[in-house]
Design a protein around this ligand. Structure first.
Ligand code: DGJ
Length: 730
């Protein structure tokens, strides 16, 4: 519900459990008043305080009042260079050369339904469940209108934000910065949590108290990156999984981003999140509009666990556009770690034959099927089947796979080009390269200029042909290097600051085309694993390969970190062979299955080489997954331990929304001869219900949560157990 209160000139946004308020000050400055647990009052402007502070200038409209300053008042969307010295949200380059922005309220409007953002990912839903607040601000010197958009999805406790900048003048308007979200909080005694890492170790949480100055996470890699994720948390210092006030903010964007928090002089904090201003400028001709990518916020007063569950529900139901919504996704086998580039139809069919016998439903042919691609030095850009390797092409292979009872999926990497490819030989100027500089190669490949429609069309036409030539039901869309030397031959010098963002828009446009033309295809995102795991991609690709690291123990950490924002059903996770390809660790097959089934589940090993015992185990795993998928994928997710603290085990739990069923997964660390008697306290159960615990009798929900469940003693490294609980009627 959104309410406008005329006497106080406040707009109040209510979700089921939270309230957000902004106010229009008599000067026309739009102030941020409150974000937190739901309140009844509609005028909270008494929370705003004013004082004459030294070195904090007063805007013209304040007249003789020296207590009103942009430097001290909390703002909805911070300005630049006009008296607020904290993080700016927007910056124009005026025709005189000044880089400033100053905004005053023009009008506001509340309407049913959700605003639309052309060409950008966004949360969606019916007219009846969304409300939109539009607040239009004006910068007369810049000849621009800045429209702040707020979407309220009440039932899900989600507030979305975006910003439209409109050229309202007669000449060009130049933007140098345009954030999606600005959140001014009245306190700085908060912790900031960011999700950081590297290729093969993504989204490791890092938590630290805010300190004076600016703390930030961001990317200039052209993708949201393995290194930082466009999701951050600000929370009470003592907040934990079950307790404390937490703000989560995600950006639905897959390119260069920045999420920065500045601790102000007066123990306040400002979060600004959006497209990274580094390498960014945008020119608007008269009447043109720039749309900032959408950001989404959740506030939970009940700790990090509840914050995550609110994001999970909203992402699952109102962001991901899944053709298999409400149905189980196929269990897949991918040939990458089984064969790498070294395959022929016999090898592939041998894996597929075994997979079908074990209950797998989808076979995915990974890298190496096209062009001249026997290793990763060549072939990208030539999206025709290599018939030396696959005689008869996909027209022969896919039906043969289908005959075994499996559907067929295919890997592609459309944004890239190898210099050793027919495409590059014909169009060397299609790769992003700075004139006069030599290009930096990544995985020995270059990046195509996806800001250019004709290049996207060329690649898309090839993909369309391939995907139409065979019954393909799944595509893995990969991207295997960071962008550097970003310069487009299609844009004039003064518009080169648009190329990174235009490339992201190009990827979104291609993915949307793919979705429209092949609605039956499930697309999995991938960027050398989890280098583009963000809300932007999830709008087009309902699942994303979580990491190139398939070791079950490392995956516990990666999936744990990922779970702070993103739901289990979005995290591609496979059982692979041991010793693990990435770190050499040996873990039991049972453990690998338990880790992977809390993800978009599959296998990535040569099943034709498994022993009869291993096959029996895999068959059992797939049966378990098929029986419990709803709980695993759609249940409420509880982190029971933190795998980054070297505890004796890692545990997590999925609970059905009606709390009648739960699944608890526990993975132990290294073997110990004498281990203490341990109990694990469960969460999210009905304290008044009684639960049948598989093979362990009947337990009260209260006992399981407050006293705990006695964990079995295990022998050997990295053992795992899974407990299934069902409520029983007395
Ligand atoms: C990186 C991906 O993450 C892997 O799973 C695999 O598809 C390779 N690329 C193929 O080149």
């Amino acid at each position: 519900m959104i309410v406008y209160h005329e006497p106080s000139r406040t707009y109040t946004l209510h979700t089921k459990h939270t309230t957000y308020q902004l106010a229009v000050h008599p000067t026309g400055v739009v102030q941020h008043v409150y974000y937190g647990p739901r309140l009844r009052d509609c005028d909270l402007t008494g929370l705003l305080r004013y004082a004459d502070r030294g070195f904090s200038p007063n805007p013209e409209e304040a007249g003789a009042d020296r207590t009103f300053s942009l430097d001290t008042t909390p703002q909805e969307y911070s300005t630049c260079g006009v008296g607020d010295f904290r993080l700016p949200s927007i910056e124009f380059e005026l025709t005189c050369g000044s880089r400033t922005a100053d905004l005053r309220y023009a009008r506001g409007q509340i309407r049913r339904g959700k605003y639309a953002l052309e060409g950008l990912p966004a949360f969606y839903g019916g007219e009846e469940e969304w409300e939109t607040l539009s607040v239009v601000l004006r910068d007369d010197a810049a000849q621009a209108e800045v429209e702040l958009l707020y979407g309220v999805l009440e039932e899900y406790d989600l507030i979305t934000r975006s910003v439209l900048v409109r050229n309202a003048g007669q000449g060009p308007v130049r933007l140098c910065r345009c954030a999606s979200l600005c959140l001014d909080l009245p306190r700085s005694d908060l912790d900031m949590v960011t999700f950081n890492g590297a290729h093969m170790m993504e989204r490791c949480p890092s938590r630290a108290p805010l300190r004076p100055g600016i703390q930030s996470a961001g990317s200039v890699r052209g993708a949201s990156s393995h290194q930082h994720n466009p999701f951050v948390i600000l929370c009470d210092r003592e907040a934990n999984e079950d307790y404390g006030l937490c703000y989560g903010a995600m950006l639905l964007y897959s390119g260069n981003f920045q999420a920065a928090v500045e601790t102000g002089q007066f123990e306040n904090a400002r979060l600004v999140m959006g497209v990274n201003p580094c390498h960014f400028t945008w020119t608007l001709e008269p009447g043109e509009v720039f749309s900032a990518p959408e950001a989404a916020m959740v506030c939970s007063e009940a700790g990090l666990g509840e914050m995550s569950r609110r994001f999970h529900r909203a992402i699952r139901d109102r962001l991901v556009r899944d053709r298999l919504r409400g149905r189980r996704k196929p269990v897949l086998v991918n040939n990458w770690e089984a064969t790498y580039f070294d395959f022929d139809p016999e090898k592939l069919l041998a894996i597929a034959r075994e997979a079908a016998a074990l209950g797998v439903e989808l076979f995915v042919l990974d890298d190496g099927w096209f062009g001249k691609r026997d290793d990763d030095n060549s072939g990208l850009g030539d999206w025709q089947v290599n018939t030396d390797k696959l005689p008869g092409g996909l027209e022969a292979l896919a039906p043969a796979i289908n005959d075994l009872g499996l559907s067929f999926g295919l890997w592609v990497e459309p944004e890239m080009v190898s210099e050793d490819s027919d495409l590059y030989r014909a169009h060397p100027d299609w790769a992003l390269q700075v004139p006069g500089r030599t290009p930096a190669r990544g995985r020995n490949q270059l990046v195509l200029d996806f800001s250019r429609r004709e290049i996207r069309d060329h690649i898309y036409a090839q993909l369309h042909r391939v995907l139409s030539s065979a019954p393909v039901t799944y595509v893995k869309w990969d991207m295997n290097r960071s962008l550097s030397g970003v310069w487009s031959a299609a844009l004039p010098p003064q518009r080169q600051g648009e190329v990174y963002h235009r490339c992201v828009l190009g990827v979104y446009e291609m993915l949307e085309r793919l979705r429209t033309d092949f609605p039956e295809i499930l697309v999995e995102g991938c960027c050398g694993g989890g280098g583009r795991f963000d809300g932007g991609m999830l709008y087009y690709t309902p699942q994303i390969w979580c990491s190139d690291n398939t070791d079950a123990i490392d995956r516990l950490r990666i999936q744990y970190g990922t779970s702070f924002c993103y739901p289990v059903c979005t995290m591609g996770a496979h059982v692979s062979a041991v010793p693990n390809e990435q770190n050499g660790r040996v873990t039991p097959l049972e453990t690998r299955g338990i880790a992977a089934m809390s993800g978009a589940f599959g296998y990535e090993l040569d099943l034709s080489k498994c022993t009869p015992e291993e096959k029996a185990c895999i068959r059992r795993q797939i049966e378990t997954y098929k029986a419990r998928w709803e709980l695993l994928q759609l249940g409420d997710y509880y982190r029971l331990t933190d795998p980054f603290r070297e505890g004796p085990y890692t545990a997590w739990e999925q609970v059905s929304p009606d709390r009648r069923e739960a699944l608890v997964s526990v993975v132990f660390g290294g073997a110990r001869a004498v281990s203490p008697f341990r109990v694990l306290k469960l969460k999210g159960l009905d304290p008044g219900a009684r639960y049948q615990v598989d093979g362990a009798g009947c337990w009260g929900g209260d006992a399981l949560m407050y006293a705990g469940f006695p964990l079995p003693a295990v022998k050997g490294d990295y053992q795992a157990v899974q407990l299934h609980l069902t409520a029983v009627d007395d």
